[in-house]
Design a protein around this ligand. Structure first.
Ligand code: ZN
Length: 183
């Protein structure tokens, strides 16, 4: 996998989200944040995550959608259960995935991070193809943004521990690291 000159992942499907803005000037991309999401919660497929990140959730489909419809959020990438990868925001821009957050004394992690959503939940195992895709994406990201070192790949739970639990106990960090780094 490669990241092109416009900061898009080759091979990802592009779906534009309006929910992004500029990073602070001269801000180096130096953190990778792994999340999970499923819409409605615990259900897969349906395309609702894409609609959510485009502020176009069909609220009649599920009562939960009514609760979250006003949220304006996004991630750079979504990796679906099937391995399909969608990119919503170019990596050079600030996606709105981390919320109130802090890593190693710096707050506002959206300023300097990339966000990847795995379609999933905290307690159901992710699919093998998701791990494979995530590992390949991680290698491409590290090649392009070398400040993202092994110790700067974290879960949303690590930068917003009071509010967030994702990617949850279901995410096998050891399996992921061994796929990416061979350790
Ligand atoms: Zn999250």
């Amino acid at each position: 996998m490669l990241i092109d000159e416009n900061h898009y992942l080759d091979g990802a499907e592009q779906v534009q989200s309006p929910n992004y803005n500029e990073r602070p000037s001269e801000e180096e991309i130096s953190l990778l944040v792994i999340h999970n999401i499923s819409l409605p919660p615990g259900r897969y497929g349906g395309g609702y995550i894409e609609q959510f990140f485009q502020n176009q959730l069909p609220v009649a489909v599920d009562p939960f959608f009514e609760e979250i419809k006003e949220l304006q959020v996004s991630s750079h990438l979504l990796i679906e259960r099937t391995g399909r990868i969608v990119q919503f925001v170019p990596f050079s821009k600030r996606a709105w995935h981390a919320g109130i957050s802090e890593y190693q004394g710096r707050d506002g992690c959206n300023d300097f991070s990339l966000g990847i959503e795995l379609e999933g939940t905290d307690d159901e195992p992710y699919t093998d193809i998701q791990y494979k895709q995530l590992a390949e994406v991680t290698r491409a990201i590290q090649e392009r943004y070398p400040a993202i070192t092994l110790d700067r790949i974290v879960g949303h739970c690590d930068i917003a521990p009071i509010r967030k639990t994702d990617p949850g106990p279901s995410f096998d960090w050891q399996k992921y690291r061994s796929l990416v780094f061979g350790i």
